[in-house]
Design a protein. Structure first.
Length: 300
């Protein structure tokens, strides 16, 4: 049952104070997240602290994540590139082989205009990662952008993925996928997952609820909210199907819950919702493992 592990995202500021409190609830992995850059964090010292926190447990670090825009030639953009490089170099100290984040974007340009810069920036990073046995994956969040304008991230559309993977054609580059980011675009995540499962290295455990009555009556351009980000177990996605498709594709990665978005399970209910999601996803995974009896055979 544990080929696919269930965990949660923890921001860098909360690693030391939150991780020890969450471990007893049964979280199996932690994804450590930075925002635009890794800043002044001493990553080697942090890795030592993380190892001490996880010592004597079955938990592990699933990935290190950086959510800046590395395609911009600004101080923050250059800082994001340097942060990717740093995380690739220290990933092994955290016991992970996966670094994830945004692919970046040239601001308010069509997606295809960013591809040459994406190739320029990520080819050496992916090659560096390959030498170190590290994989790179891009989250599929559009950050309120579309094909023609936006900021932060081009990796939100299957067409963009095709262009990205053609521009940087390495087997250690893939996706950090979640159904929510497709559902807010009114995309059914299941057929997309079937097609792209072999390129998915990690999954963010975030769901969505679509108010189809509002969509059908008022469309998506008015002032009525038609979709909400949800914690798994409270949204529209059939996570049993998601995990089944991943298993059939040979996926052995993690599903890390991305909290702090649910309109109901928030504030004092945040971790109530996250622990519910943890147990829900474990049930979707098949529940408790039961060892087969070697002497038993089933014949039809």
């Amino acid at each position: 049952m544990h080929e696919i592990k269930i965990g949660t995202l923890v921001s860098i500021d909360n690693v030391r104070k939150v991780m020890p409190k969450l471990i007893p609830h049964g979280f199996e992995t932690f994804s450590i997240t930075f925002w635009e850059t890794t800043g002044d964090w001493d990553l080697e010292l942090l890795a030592k602290d993380v190892k001490e926190i996880l010592k004597g447990t079955d938990c592990r670090i699933s990935c290190l994540s950086i959510f800046g825009n590395p395609l911009l030639d600004t101080d923050k953009g250059l800082g994001a590139r340097k942060s990717w490089e740093k995380l690739i170099n220290v990933a092994h100290l955290f016991g992970t082989d996966l670094v994830t984040g945004f692919a970046g974007r040239l601001t308010d340009q069509p997606v295809e205009e960013s591809i040459p810069k994406f190739k320029e920036v990520f080819t050496p990073l992916v090659e560096q990662a390959k030498e170190k046995g590290v994989r790179i994956a891009f989250e599929n969040c559009n950050m309120d952008g579309d094909w023609y304008r936006g900021d932060w991230n081009i990796a939100f559309s299957p067409k963009a993925w095709e262009m990205m993977f053609e521009a940087v054609p390495y087997d250690n580059i893939g996706l950090q996928w979640e159904p929510c980011h497709q559902m807010v675009q009114l995309v059914d995540p299941i057929p997309q997952l079937r097609k792209w499962a072999d390129k998915i290295f990690a999954v963010h455990g975030k769901d969505a609820t679509i108010a189809w009555d509002i969509v059908k009556e008022k469309g998506i351009c008015g002032n009525d909210t038609f979709v909400w980000h949800r914690t798994p177990g409270f949204g529209d996605t059939n996570w049993t199907d998601v995990i089944t498709i991943l298993r059939m594709a040979g996926f052995k990665g993690t599903i890390d819950i991305e909290g702090w978005h649910d309109p109901v399970y928030k504030d004092e209910l945040e971790y109530t919702g996250q622990v519910y999601a943890l147990n829900y996803l474990k049930n979707c995974r098949g529940g408790e493992f039961v060892q087969n009896y070697e002497s038993e055979e089933v014949r039809i």
